[in-house]
Design a protein around this ligand. Structure first.
Ligand code: ZN
Length: 69
């Protein structure tokens, strides 16, 4: 992978998943207002919130996949 900013090949792949805190909070809020169905809505909403991107070790630029030439 080549950095689109400085064109360095010194990049590494990062995968982050944000499924715990946000979903749990939404589930609680949903339960208060909607009951058990609200929990499902809150959990389904952000279950697939996974961030995947490349980070350039040279300049610190973050970029998505698909930019390689
Ligand atoms: Zn770079």
């Amino acid at each position: 992978m080549i950095c689109p900013k400085c064109e360095s090949e010194n990049c590494h792949f990062v995968s982050q998943s944000n499924t715990t805190s946000g979903s749990f909070c939404d589930g609680c809020c949903g339960f208060i207002f909607l009951g058990p169905i609200g929990i499902l809505c809150g959990l389904c909403g952000k279950d697939t919130d996974v961030k995947e991107f490349w980070v350039c070790d040279n300049c610190g630029c973050k970029f998505q996949r698909g930019l390689e030439r």
